[in-house]
Write a protein that binds this ligand. Structure first.
Ligand code: G3P
Length: 216
């Protein structure tokens, strides 16, 4: 399973990258706004900065919702860097746009996916990634990881090439369960990645080893 970081914060991207386990980055308009980035030039420069930090797929989301607008915006985003993946919402014009991007050699990530039916549509349209939102599914009283498993099973049975990118990850257990469920990629906040490191018995064991090492 690949690890992406789900943030537009350059310091956090750098920290995850320095850990040596980072395969890519996902962003969305909310994450970009959180960094205080305003205006097209600043947004494009920020994507350039992310691409300079990480040599992997970088998802950049369109904010248009009509076919022509999505195509125009997606072409501009894709032209920023060869690693940019155009992130398109799961709406009717979004599906049409994903098919257009697929036919024109532009890779896409279909976002805001909450059902297996939506995941089938984005695979049929040729998206490189499908992004089921695990945490938000959990918030609505369902099991987000079960959705990842269902999509992974359908893709395996049908031979779809679209990769399952588990998004809206809220904790370390989500990451572990998504790995078990067959996610190809998990995009995670930095604190969920770092939480994977932690175990009290590791800390207790290390303290004892270091204490005993003084006797050597
Ligand atoms: O990148 C989209 C997704 O990961 C959003 O997560 O926590 O806002 O549901 P969240």
């Amino acid at each position: 399973m690949k690890f992406f970081i789900d943030t537009a914060n350059l310091a956090q991207i750098k920290e995850a990258h320095e850990l040596g386990i980072l395969d890519g980055v996902t962003t969305n308009p909310s994450l970009m706004a959180k960094e205080g980035i305003k205006g097209q030039e600043a947004i494009f420069n920020h994507y350039r900065a992310i691409c300079d930090l990480v040599d992997g797929d970088i998802s950049a989301e369109v904010v248009s919702t009509d076919f022509d607008g999505i195509i125009e915006e997606g072409k501009k985003l894709a032209a920023i860097h060869p690693n940019i993946i155009v992130k398109v919402p799961m709406i009717k014009d979004g599906v049409k746009a994903i098919k257009w991007f697929t036919d024109n050699g532009i890779a896409t990530n279909c976002t805001l996916v909450f059902s297996a039916g939506q995941a089938i549509l984005c695979a049929k349209a040729g998206a490189k990634y499908v992004s089921p939102f695990i945490g938000r599914v959990d918030d609505s009283g369902w099991d987000g990881v079960q959705l990842v498993q269902q999509i992974a099973n359908i893709y395996a049975v049908q031979g779809f090439k679209t990769q399952v990118l588990a998004a809206s990850i809220r904790n370390a257990n989500h990451i572990i369960r998504c790995a078990e469920a067959g996610a190809d990629v998990c995009t995670c906040p930095l604190d969920s990645i770092l939480a994977l490191l932690k175990h009290p018995l590791t800390d207790i064991g290390l303290a004892k080893f270091l204490e005993d090492a003084k006797k050597l």
